[in-house]
Design a protein around this ligand. Structure first.
Ligand SMILES: [Zn+2]
Length: 57
């Protein structure tokens, strides 16, 4: 009867500008990983992400 989830934070990195973001379950959106590179704000962002997770339906 365990409802505790021990998943690691989902993270994605841009292959173009090295921007790093983590998935925030509380807000349901991506946010820049603390202490990580914000990358290029004008970059299209080619995310290198685990294919099993789809933030968009
Ligand atoms: Zn980028």
């Amino acid at each position: 009867m365990s409802t505790v989830r021990l998943r690691r934070p989902i993270q994605r990195d841009c292959e173009c500008c090295s921007r790093a973001e983590v998935w925030d379950e509380e807000t349901g959106s991506w946010r820049i990983a603390a202490g990580d590179a914000v990358g290029d704000p004008f970059c299209i962002h080619e995310w290198d992400i685990d294919g099993t997770f789809r933030p968009y339906e």
